[in-house]
Design a protein around this ligand. Structure first.
Ligand SMILES: *Cc1c(COP(=O)(O)O)cnc(C)c1O
Length: 389
């Protein structure tokens, strides 16, 4: 009954969402804090004052949202946890946000440099469709966001998976060598998942310089707001750079399904063409309102990102004291292992105590667990469990 295409699909497996019991959920890199109160208010007001809008098609190109996203990027420099806050409430709401000196973008990001879609997973899917062909191998690290190989399979794009160095950093030289042999594009997450390590902006710049200039180079910045270095400033130098970002992690919005990319206008237009050939209205009216309100209250999310970074660093210190081997993290998660405890066993024992973390059965990373950074209370509860492992 099904197409031959379907038999070749290998779907993505997300972190589990069990219903049998209430767990502390530290397995999907969601943000432990709720969205800004202004987001809740915007959704309520929109539904109440403009119920007719729920019966009409939304703005297909999310123009107001793209404007709000570009303003937020200009204000924050694209890395929330390092942005400066002036005044505002204790939780950052309403504060004036300015970029840290280090993150200042040397040009103005304009709405025509933004494409917004139904979660960055959808944005990534359109990027794969728009820019990568089945006649050459797309280059990516062996361990990175596990949706990339799924899309490779979906669109029949062959992949060259380049093993990481033994210290889990990207083998950028090998990636470039293969990309030049194939004359193909490159994609990776920066900071990378599930390793939590990032390349500096200068390192990415050197990479793009040496990569094929007529092929698209994708940097997925899903986690950059927690302490990485954004490559948005590099858009002034490179026409082939595409930066993918999401509101799911740093903007406490995984339930809203909003993602976007930042690139030069021509590439935004190419992705828009894919969108208009597949799903003309990817972002519903309420999600657009929520996204706009979130971007306009960047100060609140600066606070959230700073809290997450603080809890993360404290928890890493704790784990190292207890003999765990922990990678440095620029993200909202921690990648770690301990001699004498298998990844599977650690995952299972933590789950028995009511806390979910992520374990990957994938060869090469099976000894590790990935812990999403939660609130202070959640991390204290996890400390008690992990102390005795
Ligand atoms: C979470 C994540 C995404 C997906 O984000 P959504 O916007 O929720 O679809 C994309 N890339 C990476 C690296 C991620 O970790």
């Amino acid at each position: 009954m099904v197409s031959s295409r379907l038999t070749n699909l290998h779907p993505y497996v997300p972190g589990e969402q069990p219903k049998d019991r209430i767990y502390i959920k530290l397995n999907a890199n969601e943000n432990p804090y709720p969205p800004s109160p202004k987001v809740i208010k915007a959704v309520r007001v929109a539904a109440k004052k403009h119920p007719e809008k729920l019966g009409l098609y939304p703005d297909p190109d999310s123009n107001e949202l793209r404007e709000a996203i570009s303003e937020m990027l200009n204000k924050s420099g694209g890395v929330l946890c390092r942005a400066n806050l002036e005044k505002g409430k204790k939780n950052g709401s309403g504060a004036i946000v300015t970029p840290s000196e280090f993150d200042k973008i040397p040009f103005v990001v304009t709405p025509d440099m933004i494409y917004a879609g139904n979660g960055s997973d959808e944005v990534l899917s359109f990027v794969f469709y728009a820019f990568f062909d089945s006649d050459r191998k797309l280059v990516l690290p062996e361990h990175t966001y596990s949706f990339y190989p799924v899309y490779g399979g979906f669109y029949n794009i062959p992949l060259a998976k380049i093993p990481l160095h033994t210290d889990w950093t990207l083998d950028t030289e090998k990636m470039l060598e293969v990309a030049n042999q194939e004359n193909s594009g490159i994609i990776f997450a920066n900071p990378n998942a599930p390793t939590s390590l990032g390349l500096t902006r200068d390192e990415v710049r050197e990479m793009i310089k040496k990569a094929p200039h007529d092929k698209v180079f994708v940097v997925d910045e899903a986690y950059v707001d927690f302490g990485g270095e954004s490559c948005i400033p590099l858009l002034a130098e490179f026409q082939n750079l595409v930066i993918v970002r999401t509101t799911s992690k740093s903007l406490c919005g995984a339930g809203q399904r909003l993602g976007y990319l930042v690139a030069n206008k021509e590439l935004v237009e190419a992705v828009t063409t894919v969108k208009n050939s597949l799903n003309h209205f990817p972002i519903d009216f309420l999600a657009q309102q929520a996204g706009i309100a979130a971007c306009r209250d960047a100060g609140y999310y600066v606070k959230c990102a700073q809290n997450v970074a603080f809890e993360r660093d404290e928890f890493i210190d704790f784990l190292r004291e207890k003999g765990w081997n922990v990678l440095d993290s620029q993200t909202n998660f921690i990648f770690c292992r301990k001699d004498g405890v298998s990844g599977e066993e650690a995952y299972r024992k933590i789950k028995e105590e009511g806390i979910l973390v992520r374990h990957f059965a994938t060869k090469g990373i099976e000894e590790y667990i990935r812990i999403t950074v939660g609130t202070h209370e959640q991390m204290e509860a996890l400390k008690e469990v992990m102390e005795n492992l």
